[in-house]
Design a protein around this ligand. Structure first.
Ligand code: NDP
Length: 390
């Protein structure tokens, strides 16, 4: 039996992973499931999957989790250290699907045990790509991409030599507000940003899709995973979300990956890799779809994308600044304290502030340093917000 753990089991990616596991549950020995506030879901899945351990990120929810699992054999724990310990429990395959920088320390802990890490938590790669990749190398661990674009690129590169890759194109649905004019975007509400046309995802990534911060993070992810230069990475708006990414080679050929917008494609590919298995996803009927559209993203309406290129050109730990500021700006948008476009302007101001702080940004990329910068970037984002909102 294959030992597996799911970090962020109660979320959108975690639940899609569990859906695949359940279809073949006798093949898996579930070691640990982790969640946050959704105690009922965590407990129910821990029981039905016969998990050894269930962990909530929040210590004040431990008693509730303990009560929900009373009379079962499932161990319970809570808090940041418990998340790390869950990731350290020996497992052959671990899904990293906690949202935000909170996924970084558990992801690193999983890699240190030399396992296969299926990485959905893009924030950890944006914050500390080199640290994750070095940790994987040092411990003989493997990282498999779960973001649909990066899974698509990964699949497009099978059997190829990276030196023959000319460019990588990732597609963006454009999110809920794709066709809104700039003047209207300023007034976009949380509810409007949450109406994603194609993908059913967690709240934060859905809003990041509308602002294109999600795509900005994916551009940085592409650089980290595949080692290409920023100039080799392009973004195309593709409203149908059926072509997930394209790899262009030196002979002019382009390999495109197509599939229905369902995360179980990318999760299943990482789960069964290097094999392919039958997946319970819709098959594309291209004749029925008829046409696929592509366009260049508008930099004025989606300034987040430009910020990603700035982060990559600055290098060092600028990714941690970018992600911390973005997460905080998103918190403020969700709380109704700032407008939609202010998210990008706050992040831009925070980047301005840290860009020349070479002692900080160019320090060694350790977990402590990344978390320190993440904390400082969030503080700075708060200060900028206070100034902007008067
Ligand atoms: P969700 O918000 O649906 O789920 C997030 C998970 O993380 C939940 O289990 C949540 O627990 C848990 N969590 C929240 N806060 C913390 C914390 N501070 N510490 C530990 N655990 C926490 O997110 P998604 O599933 O949408 O996304 C997960 C990751 O995958 C993100 O990094 C996202 O960018 C990435 N991703 C998601 C895609 C998607 O289609 N959803 C596509 C590609 C990448 P609880 O809900 O119990 O509070």
């Amino acid at each position: 039996m294959r030992k597996i753990s799911i970090l962020g089991a109660t979320g959108s990616i975690g639940q899609s992973t569990i859906d695949l596991i359940r279809r073949d549950s006798s093949a898996y020995d579930v070691v640990a499931l982790t969640g946050g506030a959704n105690i009922a879901r965590l407990a129910e899945d821990a029981i039905s999957l016969n998990a050894d351990l269930a962990v909530t990120a929040y210590p004040d929810r431990l008693e509730e989790l303990r009560a929900a699992l009373a009379g079962t054999n499932v161990e319970v724990a809570a808090g940041q250290q418990a998340l790390i310990e869950a990731a350290e429990r020996p497992a052959d395959w671990i899904m990293s699907a906690i949202v935000g920088a909170a996924g970084l320390a558990p992801g690193l802990a999983a890699l240190r045990q030399g396992t296969t890490l299926a990485l959905a938590n893009k924030e950890s790669l944006v914050c500390a790509g080199a640290l994750l990749l070095d940790t994987a190398r040092a411990h003989n661990a493997r990282i498999l991409p779960v973001d649909s674009e990066h899974s698509a690129i990964f699949q497009g590169l099978v059997g190829e030599d990276m030196s023959a890759v000319e460019r990588i194109i990732i597609t963006a649905s454009g999110g809920a507000l794709r066709d809104w004019p700039l003047e209207k975007l300023a007034g976009a509400t949380l509810e409007q940003a949450m109406h994603h046309p194609n993908w059913d995802m967690g709240q934060r990534i859905t809003i990041d899709s509308a602002s294109m911060f999600n795509k900005a993070m994916e551009v940085i992810e592409t650089r980290e995973y595949f080692g290409v230069s920023p100039e080799q990475i392009e973004v195309l708006v593709h409203p149908e979300s059926m072509v997930h990414a394209l790899v262009g080679f030196c002979d002019g050929a382009i390999m495109a990956h197509l599939g229905a917008p369902d995360m179980r494609h990318a999760i299943g590919y990482a789960l069964y890799w290097p094999d392919r298995r039958d997946l319970p996803v819709e098959r594309l009927d291209l004749a029925r779809i008829g046409q696929l559209n592509f366009a260049t993203p508008d930099p004025a309406r989606f300034p987040a994308l430009g910020l990603a290129y700035r982060v990559m050109s600055r290098g060092g730990m600028m990714g941690a600044v970018f992600n911390g500021a973005k997460e905080r700006a998103l918190d403020h948008f969700i709380a109704g304290k700032i407008g939609f476009l202010e998210m990008a302007s706050i992040v831009e101001h925070v980047l301005d502030h840290f860009e020349d702080q070479s002692g900080l940004i160019d320090d060694a990329m350790t977990l402590d340093n990344v978390l320190r910068i993440d904390h400082l970037a969030r503080q700075r984002a708060d200060m900028v917000m206070t100034k902007q909102t008067g």
